[in-house]
Design a protein around this ligand. Structure first.
Ligand code: CDP
Ligand code: MG
Length: 697
């Protein structure tokens, strides 16, 4: 163990105090932890901090249009408040209580927990909807969990969301792009539906600024005197649950490889510390899989000291069975090690965690409107996130948090709060959704945090070039409306529509299905050679998209065999998901009048269809240095083919990428070779000198 830990001077404060206007009640967690797993569910419910606020919450929701609930993670906001509302009659008369989450996995997990607590079958009284998965019943479901993205989609059919009596926008502090859009739209809806109640809830939030957002409307104040209406000034309720103290430890010197450092730290804890589960925060599926592999190997070679470890991953896309393992109590004599993305930071509470290992990083989206480049970057988390992560160790009893960064780094390099996603994202999807909802004045939309005008203009320009918006920046018919209707990134949607004209829609929905999941490859740290060999078996000279088609074909020919996947380093669950999503896309395509047609072996058509959607991501080979340096044709940004691509070191002259990730350089993931002459063919306005600017409203 090469690290030297030094204790931190900071005591994690789990909840910032609020001043004026806050109803501040206090309670603490029950310290009786030994009963976990053995007490009745009803008892467990009563022990949660929000239980004591039941009456206060119901009173505030009754009397206020908007209630802001701030409460420490695990205090019971997500699982209990919808049940309180239901018990109080908010779901009577066929009405539905909605609770949104930014993350799909959180939606599934809390819905199944609430169904269990209520003793009902999931999908009936309690249901959930996430993209490509609807486990709800329009006649039976009274409490519905959904992603904020799905709620946005529902507005397309029902702009005033009339079936909902209360909408709880949960995890608002995350400030995901969809949460912000939803908040802006709900504020509008509220004016038209005074009976609608909103609950904004989160672990930490600047409650005051959120409250100001819902207040800042002259119309609101004008209505205040009216008798039958609820009070329009939002109520703020702070549910205080005191976690136990968490000792913070920092590394003395910066670590070079946080995956390796995390693994060593877990083994050290297992060796030296008393029982208690460990939660490790890494950034994504790739480094989590890598850490699990390393940990399993090192634990094995360490001998019997590590035999009691149950090592589990936690990221979106886990199967039901894998999720269940995460939440089930740790058997006696064993120690659970959950290796997670920041989903376990506030979205999900795991019981039994006493030790947290925090890499200090997460995957974040960054967009530069000048170069028109959006990147997924592994970047330092904020101080607020670091405190949340540490807090996860203090739920059961006093815990310890091992930060894999120095105290200086925490103090000087980490920002106080994160930046809302809307201010660091490409806005193409956001603009098209607002347009589809009839919001024409996008720059004037009431945002909780305004996106930059440059990003907005870029998005309008791309949408105009895609043929989705017309000269007046209105959705075109039918293309604009069709693209808006397909629940995928607009560029993928356009790719599917173009494939219909080109005669390769059958291939394109397979590609779209693969692109909408994280990765179909099994991450293979330490087995890179074997993985590369497996890839070669499917590699297509045209690029990754065509390679996906080969893999899909192979999977079908194997009879959808898990053995076949294992042998070829392909993730079996991911492939099953691909089949599922593909089926749904097929249905959506049929609804839009797209008849599935295969181009058989003519891959030029597939490449052209990809170009029709992703022309903005075209790059030209500039030099053979560093394994092939490319520049984006529009913005002259330096980019490289990611080593995971089948075109790595192949270096075709002109390529299109699906997304960029940034580490030491900007890497293109999922790359296909194209003929540059197609660019002016499919997007003349985008690639000609005389660029046409659409009218911007
Ligand atoms: O939303 P908040 O973070 O305030 O808490 P919650 O998600 O409602 O969790 C309340 C309790 O339910 C915690 O003790 C969780 O461990 C438990 N829970 C669970 O056991 N299984 C789930 N799938 C979700 C929550
Ligand atoms: Mg919650």
């Amino acid at each position: 163990m090469a690290q030297f830990w030094k204790p931190g001077t900071e005591k994690p404060r789990l909840l910032e105090d609020e001043d004026g206007g806050v109803i501040f009640l206090s309670s603490s967690y029950s310290s009786s932890s030994s009963g976990y797993g053995y007490v009745s569910i009803e008892k467990q419910r009563q022990r949660l901090p929000v239980y004591k606020y039941r009456t206060a919450i119901l009173y505030l929701v009754e009397s206020h249009a908007t209630t802001i609930v701030v409460g420490e993670t695990g205090s019971g906001k997500t699982t209990q408040i919808p049940q309180f509302l239901k018990e109080a009659g908010w779901a009577d008369g066929g009405r539905v209580i909605a609770c949104t989450q930014p993350r799909r996995l959180a939606v599934q997990a809390v819905a199944s927990r609430v169904a269990e607590e209520m003793g009902v079958k999931l999908g009936e009284e309690v249901g959930y909807t996430i993209r490509f998965e609807d486990i709800s019943n329009p006649d039976l479901t009274r409490i519905k969990f959904l992603t904020d993205g799905v709620l946005l989609r529902e507005m397309m059919d029902d702009p005033l969301l009339t079936k909902y009596s209360v909408i709880m926008v949960d995890e608002a502090h995350e400030r995901s792009i969809s949460t912000d859009i939803v908040l802006g739209l709900l504020k509008k809806i509220q004016k038209r539906r005074p009976e609608l109640r909103l609950i904004i809830s989160s672990a930490t939030i600047e409650a005051k600024s959120m409250s100001n957002f819902f207040l800042s409307s002259k119309r609101h104040q004008a209505l205040e005197g009216e008798e039958l209406r609820p009070r329009l000034e939002p109520a703020i309720l702070s549910v205080e649950g005191r976690g136990f103290n968490v000792q913070i430890h920092y590394v003395e010197d910066p670590v070079r490889d946080y995956v390796q450092a995390a693994v060593s730290t877990v083994l050290l804890i297992n060796d030296k510390e008393p029982p208690g589960d460990i939660l490790v925060f890494l950034t994504g599926q790739d480094d989590i899989d890598a850490a699990i592999k390393l940990l399993t190997e090192e634990a094995r070679s360490n001998g019997k000291n590590s035999s009691g470890l149950i090592i589990l991953p936690l990221y979106s896309g886990l199967t039901r069975a894998e999720q269940d393992l995460i939440f089930s109590p740790t058997p006696k004599g064993k120690r659970k090690v959950v290796i997670s993305t920041n989903i376990a930071e506030t979205s999900l509470t795991l019981e039994g965690i006493v030790y947290v290992v925090d890499s200090g990083f997460s995957k974040q989206r960054f967009y530069n409107p000048i170069s028109d480049i959006e990147n997924l970057v592994v970047a330092p988390i904020s101080k607020a996130s670091a405190r949340q992560r540490a807090g996860r160790a203090g739920r059961l009893r006093p815990g310890k948090c091992y930060r894999l960064y120095t105290e200086e780094f925490f103090l000087n390099e980490m920002s106080v709060q994160g930046i809302p996603e809307i201010q660091r994202s490409n806005l193409v999807s956001c603009v098209i959704q607002l347009k589809a909802l009839g919001i024409d004045n996008i720059l004037g939309f009431d945002w909780p945090a305004s996106p930059s005008p440059e990003s907005m203009i870029r998005a309008l320009e791309v949408l105009y070039s895609l043929g989705v918006l017309d000269d007046d920046a209105k959705l075109t018919s039918p293309v604009g409306f069709q693209v808006a209707e397909i629940p995928l990134e607009p560029l993928i949607a356009k790719m599917i529509l173009s494939s219909n004209e080109l005669g390769c829609s059958d291939e394109m929905i397979t590609i779209a299905a693969v692109l909408s999941i994280q990765s179909i490859w099994f991450s293979a740290r330490g087995a890179q050679k074997e993985l590369d060999e497996a890839k070669l078996r499917f590699a297509a000279a045209e690029g990754d998209h065509v390679t996906f088609l080969n893999i899909y074909k192979g999977f079908l020919q194997s009879g959808k065999s898990s053995k076949w996947c294992h042998k070829n380093f392909i993730n079996y669950h991911a492939m099953k998901k691909v089949i599922e999503i593909r089926e749904q896309l097929k249905r959506i395509a049929l609804r839009l009048g797209i008849v599935l047609k295969s181009c058989e072996t003519d891959m030029q058509l597939v490449r052209k269809a990809v170009t029709a959607g992703f022309f903005a991501n075209a790059c030209r080979l500039e030099a053979y240095s560093h394994g092939g340096m490319y520049k984006t044709i529009r913005g002259s940004q330096e980019v490289y083919i990611h080593p995971s691509s089948v075109l790595f070191r192949v270096n075709p002259k002109c390529v299109i990428y699906h997304s960029l990730v940034s580490t030491d350089r900007q890497y293109m993931r999922n790359v296909i070779s194209i003929d540059p002459s197609w660019l002016t063919e499919v997007a003349p306005h985008f690639y000609q000198q005389q660029r046409h600017n659409p009218t911007i409203h």
